[in-house]
Design a protein around this ligand. Sequence first.
Ligand SMILES: [Zn+2]
Length: 76
Amino acid sequence: MNNDIRTVKLMRRSRLTGEMMEVERKEIRCCGQWLRCDDFTTTCPECGADYNMSGDLLAPRNQWGEETGEHWCDCY
Ligand SMILES: [Zn+2]
């Protein structure tokens, strides 16, 4: 699958200092809409594809664990 990725800059208030700071987030275009990769995993509401914070497409959830032998919750 060939997806478009762009980087957006957002202003966020730092939890440490309370000051506004600029952070970069990836946005991935999937099914004609831009999804912001703001969380550990971002899921397209249209097709259910999962992306990580770098905008990389993750393997379908039903394949998780088959390749690594680990349950996906182990990463928490
Ligand atoms: Zn999609």
